[in-house]
Design a protein around this ligand. Sequence first.
Ligand code: SAM
Length: 167
Amino acid sequence: MISVLRLNHRKRDKRITTHCALTARAFGAKEMTFTGENDPNIIESVERVVEKWGGNFKIKHAENWKKEIKNKKTKVHLTFYGERLKDKIKELKGKDIQVIIGGEKVPREIYDKADYNISIGSQPHSEVAALAIFLYEYSNYKIPEKFKNWKIKITPSEKSKKIKTRQ
Ligand code: SAM
């Protein structure tokens, strides 16, 4: 099971942290914890998505990242300073992983506590992009298609919007 730890949320990053959670859910992670400023709006909006679109993704806020480090899991910190994903992905596949993504500043200790510091290219981009690519490669390029207990679902279509709903 993949868990995500998103560090150092600031209220002005509301959309980015929400997008981290939605990306985590859509690409196969089962939970995300965010640290930094608490923001119940993020939790509510992600829970509304889960309620409508299904699955059992969980999101929570935590005060202290140190208590959220999952030592039983393989801890993969995504950072542009890290080793190349393509050099490590074979070792990581199939492992029970905690993915750690940062915000503006990442404490030095995270680099030491992580089992792997992994880069998705060595250029700066975004925690959302890094997470998406990591999850996509980890899952052998398969994007989950089934989310249990959905109330709304899209049928892929060439030109129209095909939406199924149920109670
Ligand atoms: N100094 C950061 C770093 O170490 O990658 C860049 C800060 S960036 C605004 C916020 C987060 O995006 C980072 O903490 C990291 O998780 C992720 N990120 C950005 N570029 C990345 C890259 N090329 N590879 C992996 N993760 C990246």
